[in-house]
Design a protein around this ligand. Structure first.
Ligand code: PAF
Length: 278
C-alpha cells in the first residue's frame, strides 16, 4: 500500500490510473470501514482510502482533539483489506491556508436533524469531501448508510456540481447485539456499551410499529424517545422521515427511522430503512 502525505504525491501516484475507487475516512477503522474498502475494490482500477480528521466538521466543544487516532492498526487493516493507496495528509497539506472557500449544502437538508444539533457540521463535511474528491479524482466513492444524512448530502452535492463520481451506499455493519459500529463506540464504558444496543432496539420498535400499520408517527416517535429517556439517555431526535428528502412522512412512501442520542458523554447515531408503507 502506497502512503501519500501530500496532494502532489497523491496525484503523481494516481496519474497511472483511470478509475480510482475512493473510501474517505477519519481513521480509527472498524469492520464498517473495511466493508467500504472491500466493496470498493471491484469497482475501480485502484482502491484509495483517506485518513483525515477534519477539524472543519467539529464544533468547538466537540471531540476533535481526543478523536481516536490509531495509525498503525489502521494501516494494517487497510493493507489486509486490499487498499492500494492511502492518502493521509497532515492538516497543513490539505489546508495550507485557512479554508475560507467552503461548500454550503442545501439548508433544507443540511440544517435539519444532525445539522440542527451540530450547526455547520455539513459545511465541514461537504467542504472536505469536495477537496478530497479534487485530490483523488475518483470515479466511484463509498459512503456508509450509518451516516444517512451525510450520504444524502454528498449525493446531492455530487448531482448539483455535476461531479463525474458514482456514490455507492454501503449497509451499516452491526455488532452481534445490533449496535451499529462506530469509532465513537470506543468512548463507552462497559456498562454503557451494554446499554448502547437500546438505540437500535428503539429504531426497530419504531419500524415494527409502522410495519404493523400504526400511522400516528408523532406517537411512535414520542414513545421511542420516552423509552430511551427513562433509561437515562438524552435523545436529540428519534424520528420517522421520508427516505427521499428526510422531510415528514406521507403515506405510501419509503421511510427511514433516524436517531441521535447521548449516553453518558457519548453521542451515538443510527438509522433503519423501513419498507414502503401501504
Ligand atoms: O464519515 C466520515 O468519516 C467523515 O464525515 C468523512 C466523510 C470522512 C469526512 O470527513
Amino acid at each position: 500500500m502506497h502512503i501519500a502525505r501530500t496532494i502532489d504525491e497523491l496525484r503523481e501516484h494516481l496519474a497511472a490510473y483511470r478509475r480510482p475507487a475512493f473510501v474517505p475516512t477519519m481513521g480509527n477503522l472498524h469492520d464498517g470501514h473495511l466493508d467500504l474498502v472491500r466493496q470498493a475494490k471491484p469497482l475501480g482500477d485502484v482502491t484509495v482510502a483517506s485518513i483525515f480528521v477534519n477539524r472543519l466538521q467539529f464544533l468547538p466543544h466537540e471531540d476533535f482533539d481526543t478523536y481516536p487516532r490509531t495509525w498503525d492498526s489502521d494501516c494494517e487493516k487497510l493493507r489486509a483489506a486490499g487498499c492500494n493507496v492511502l492518502f493521509a495528509p497532515h492538516e497543513r497539506a490539505l489546508y495550507p491556508e485557512a479554508q475560507t472557500c467552503k461548500v454550503h449544502p442545501d439548508p433544507a437538508l443540511a440544517d435539519i436533524l444532525e445539522g440542527h444539533f451540530r450547526p455547520g457540521f455539513f459545511v465541514g463535511v461537504c467542504t472536505v469531501v469536495m477537496k478530497l474528491f479534487s485530490c483523488v479524482q475518483p470515479r466511484v466513492a463509498m459512503f456508509g448508510k450509518k451516516d444517512y444524512q451525510q450520504l444524502m448530502m454528498i449525493r446531492h452535492m455530487v448531482r448539483q456540481f455535476a461531479l463525474p463520481i458514482e456514490i455507492v451506499a454501503v449497509d451499516t455493519r452491526r455488532a452481534a447485539d445490533g449496535l451499529a459500529l462506530s469509532s465513537r463506540n470506543g468512548y463507552l464504558s462497559e456498562a454503557e456499551r451494554a446499554e448502547a444496543v437500546q438505540l437500535s432496539k428503539a429504531l426497530r420498535a419504531m419500524a415494527e410499529a409502522v410495519r404493523s400499520g400504526e400511522r400516528d408517527f408523532a406517537a411512535i416517535e414520542a414513545r421511542a424517545t420516552d423509552a430511551l429517556r427513562q433509561r437515562g439517555w438524552q435523545p436529540d431526535y428519534l424520528v420517522l422521515r421520508r427516505r427521499a428528502d428526510l422531510r415528514a412522512p406521507a403515506p405510501g412512501e419509503p421511510l427511514v427511522a433516524l436517531a441521535a442520542a447521548r449516553l453518558g458523554g457519548t453521542r451515538l447515531i443510527d438509522n433503519l430503512e423501513i419498507d414502503s408503507m401501504a
